[in-house]
Structure formats: structure tokens, C-alpha cells
Design a protein around this ligand. Structure first.
Ligand code: SF4
Length: 249
């Protein structure tokens, strides 16, 4: 299905910036130390410290592709949780199938416990228009909560430059639910990610080429104009900025 050749072992193109520290020396490094570590050092730290108790969830945005590529270089196989709301773009699901076949990743698709009809009966039809927070709660957050406690920490591809709501994230932090989150790409920019993607010829969602910089459900995703926040195309008809999966405050 995928014509990509296996990628050779390689070193990370990024980072620039502060001098990296040797996190291999001691897996008890603090959050402050990790602020100055490279993405690969943070990932290695997390894998050494949490092993199978480290979870990874992705919506297959371009940052997630970068993170998944860094993970797959270090793991013979790994699982990636993907929340399937039933409203994903066909391009997103095609990318998932392509990566499932070509990469050493097993996607676990999590859906809501309730059917669409049951959700509609509780919060109303087309709730993405009237009550998007509740719609995300039933269709995204509830599936996530079912697996959240199965892991000690979660690694995700959030970056500070994606939106004002993410500008203060730390490479490792507790979110407001008390879940330990690890963001190896926190200091990366969009340009860093695209440089990495091009350098390693990674597959991405073709919708990115049409201005969809952050891609979620069809009902709540639109292209952005140059200069906008990366996530400006999400929930454009409401003031909502986050789906609730990353409750960083
Ligand atoms: S992103 Fe939109 S359609 Fe998807 S769960 Fe949230 S509100 Fe509903």
C-alpha cells in the first residue's frame, strides 16, 4: 500500500538553541533539566523511565508524524491511540492506514462508548454547532479517559508555537487532570517540523497542503490564512480553542 522505503537510522535534524544536557546519565532529571534537552533526549528519557507505561496518542497532524518517526526509530513496535469520533476526514483515515501498513506502529482506534444516536439524545443533534464542548466531551474526552489511567505518562506532539493556549507548555508537566504529559517537541517550531519532514521524506496528511494546519473533525476544521495561529481553523464559529484532550490550563 505504501511505497516508502524503510528509513535508515539517523540523527535528529533539530534542535538549535540551548546546549543539550545528557539525560541518559540519570533518568531522574528534573523538568527544568528537560527544558534544555533535545527532543530525542526527552524521548529517550521518557522511554527509559516509563517503558511500556508510556502512552502515545495522535490525531496524525504533522507534528505527530515527526514524533511518531522519532519513536519508531527507538522501538521495534509501539502502539498509538487514535480517537475516532466518526467525523474524521477521509484523508486522515487513509494516512492512518498507510502508516499502519508501512511503519512499526499499531493504531488502537478509540471511539465513544455511546452511539451517535445516544449522544444526540443527550446533548442534541449537531452539537458541534450548539455545544461543542459537550460534543468533544462525549466523542473525544470520554474515550481518552477510558485509557488515560492505563499509563503512567503520555507523550504528545504539542508545540508552544501552535497557539497562545500552548505557549507555556513545558517539555514535561502535569496537566490539570494530574496526568503526566511529555512534550518532546515543545520548543520546536512549525518550520522545524517541516524541515524534518522534508529531510526524511515523511508522509503527511495532504490537507496540510490546502491550508488545514491543524486537522480534527470535518465539522470543526477549516483552512487558515497565512499569519494565523496554527489552530485558528478549529471551531471557527465558537470561542473554543482546545478539544479537552490536553487540559493544560
Ligand atoms: S471536534 Fe467538533 S465534531 Fe469533533 S467532537 Fe469536537 S465538537 Fe464534536
Amino acid at each position: 500500500m505504501n511505497n516508502q522505503q524503510p528509513l535508515p537510522s539517523r540523527t535528529e535534524t533539530k534542535p538549535s538553541g540551548p546546549k543539550p544536557v545528557d539525560v541518559f546519565a540519570d533518568v531522574t532529571w528534573s523538568a527544568g533539566d528537560l527544558e534544555h534537552a533535545s527532543a530525542t533526549q526527552i524521548i529517550d528519557y521518557a522511554l527509559r523511565k516509563y517503558g511500556d507505561r508510556l502512552g502515545f496518542m495522535t490525531a496524525l497532524g504533522y507534528s505527530g508524524i515527526v514524533l511518531m518517526d522519532l519513536l519508531r526509530q527507538r522501538l521495534p513496535t509501539f502502539k498509538a491511540y487514535f480517537i475516532d469520533t466518526g467525523f474524521h476526514f477521509p484523508e486522515t483515515l487513509e494516512l492512518l492506514e498507510r502508516l499502519q501498513d508501512a511503519w512499526n506502529v499499531e493504531f488502537i482506534r478509540l471511539g465513544p462508548s455511546l452511539t451517535g444516536e445516544q449522544i444526540d439524545s443527550i446533548i442534541g443533534p449537531r452539537a458541534w454547532e450548539t455545544q461543542p464542548d459537550l460534543c468533544c466531551l462525549y466523542r473525544k474526552v470520554e474515550p481518552m479517559l477510558r485509557v488515560l489511567e492505563t499509563k503512567d505518562a503520555w507523550v504528545a506532539a504539542l508545540r508552544r508555537d501552535q497557539a497562545k493556549t500552548r505557549s507555556a507548555i513545558a517539555p514535561i508537566q502535569l496537566d490539570r487532570r494530574g496526568t503526566l504529559k511529555i512534550y518532546p517537541l515543545a520548543r520546536w517550531t512549525a518550520a522545524d517540523c517541516w524541515d524534518y519532514i522534508r529531510a526524511h521524506d515523511l508522509p503527511t496528511n495532504p490537507l496540510h497542503d490546502e491550508g488545514y494546519l491543524s486537522i480534527g473533525c470535518t465539522h470543526c476544521t477549516a483552512p487558515v490564512t497565512p499569519g494565523d495561529d496554527e489552530r485558528a481553523g478549529r471551531w471557527q464559529t465558537s470561542g473554543k480553542t482546545e478539544c479537552g484532550l490536553h487540559d493544560n490550563g
